[in-house]
Write a protein that binds this ligand. Sequence first.
Ligand SMILES: Nc1ncnc2c1ncn2[C@@H]1O[C@H](COP(=O)(O)OP(=O)(O)OP(=O)(O)O)[C@@H](O)[C@H]1O
Ligand SMILES: [Mg+2]
Length: 509
Amino acid sequence: MKGDNVEVYTVNPYAIEVHQVKKSFGGVHALKSINLKVHTGTIHAIIGENGAGKSTLMKILSGIYTKDSGKIFIHGEEKNFTSPIHSKENHIGIIYQELALSPDLSVAENIFLDDLGMGNRMIRWKKLNEHAGRILDELGFPINPRTRTGNLSIAYQQMVEIAKSLAKDVNILILDEPSAVLSGKEVAMLFTQLRKLKARGVTIIYISHRLEELMAIADEITVIKDGETIVTLDPASCNEEDIITHMVGRKIETLYPEKNIPGDEVVLEVKHLATRTLLQDVTFTLHKGEIVGLAGLIGAGRTEIARCLFGIDKMTTGTIIKNGNKISINNPSQAMSHGIGLVPESRKEQGAILVRPIRENMTLSNLKIVSRLFGFIHRRHEQHISQMLRQKLNIKLGSIEDAIASLSGGNQQKVVIAKWLNTECNILILDEPTRGVDVGSKVEIYNIIHQLAERGYSILLISSEMVEVINLSHRVYVMSEGQITKELVGEAISEQNIMRYAIPKRNAA
Ligand SMILES: Nc1ncnc2c1ncn2[C@@H]1O[C@H](COP(=O)(O)OP(=O)(O)OP(=O)(O)O)[C@@H](O)[C@H]1O
Ligand SMILES: [Mg+2]
């Protein structure tokens, strides 16, 4: 009889429940005990220092790693994923911290990589491109689906990653630092999409080191530290300082060091620089001990300037004058011989050699210093330098002999920066130096940049985080569409002014 057998369903309010999950890699206890409850249909942010265990937890939720112990429930059912296929079957999508696209495939191919036929056995290229184009349009990402993915800058590649995971039918979406390479405008577009997904009932886990983003988007924020859950907070009733205190276990008084006074001496003059693809008539100067910011939207040409000055990209016209002498730079070793160093935006492709030990990665740019005495790489000296840098930057690692790939994202970034800290270069170009770095370590990197300037180094700073550019730079050049549109000095360096000159004229209201 109907009615006799009524089962009582209690609606489970949680999309994800994690109980006492532990995970070790050899001797490293990445997760000591993680507890987490994520309400269905909410945006749940996770924050924690570099190496706290955020990515490890996400990789367990997506079946890349298996947990050592503990329990995981997805929509109330206990799950034990042992492969990424299982998480896909459970409609869990993830965007990894390190981009995982195939550079030789087109954007559309990457978006539908798991299902190129879109349900059919034959691949219909026209349809594939059209469909990918629609998804990108809807997201507001200005990317041609036929472009070879490897030709896109990292920010654009990140947009492709986002489109890729949104193209799937997911009801839990994990984003591990999706915004690290995006600037304000692109982050706003991403947030619009995330809010739409949330309205459709999708549960979202969002990892970022940018506090203002978490405050803006998250319904709840969980802080993890050294592999343990510290607290879950409601952003409506806490402020950024509270979060930082939970995260680093102490109060951070000042984020930015007081600006030094740069010298009068012009160290570098760049005149009428142009490239075949983007830059036009770029003219600027850099003084001794000065920090000069390059501001602009993605694609404005900031990274292109860095690449030209370091000899990676060819300039078609223009003059570079160093200490009053005209110089030519055709490749990175020429740039370095003129005292110009670059910390590139993509540590994976350009900055770090992932399979080599941390020790080597820290000293690679410095082989001259390391080998000077003996004419070969003196390992003890290399070890000494890397230990020193490790302490200075508070890099979390097991042994400096481990491969750099075993480090958390933020700690890899610190290694890449460390490499340039005792170089003989006196002009340093820093392209997104704090990408993926936690708040505490950001402060350390700011202090190092400041100290370098005080010691007479000249710094060209590129960052998508506008507050960083504003608070560190003595002068800022604003760029738009390959040109410098404005030079801002002192009090005039403000978010409003930067935006005013960063937005392409034809789009300006
Ligand atoms: N495959 C691995 N082999 C060895 N150690 C690892 C591996 N993956 C992670 N670890 C270690 O586990 C710890 C946690 O790393 P995880 O990547 O989860 O940190 P995270 O919180 O994501 O940091 P970040 O903010 O820098 O991305 C780190 O000490 C890291 O070095
Ligand atoms: Mg991580």
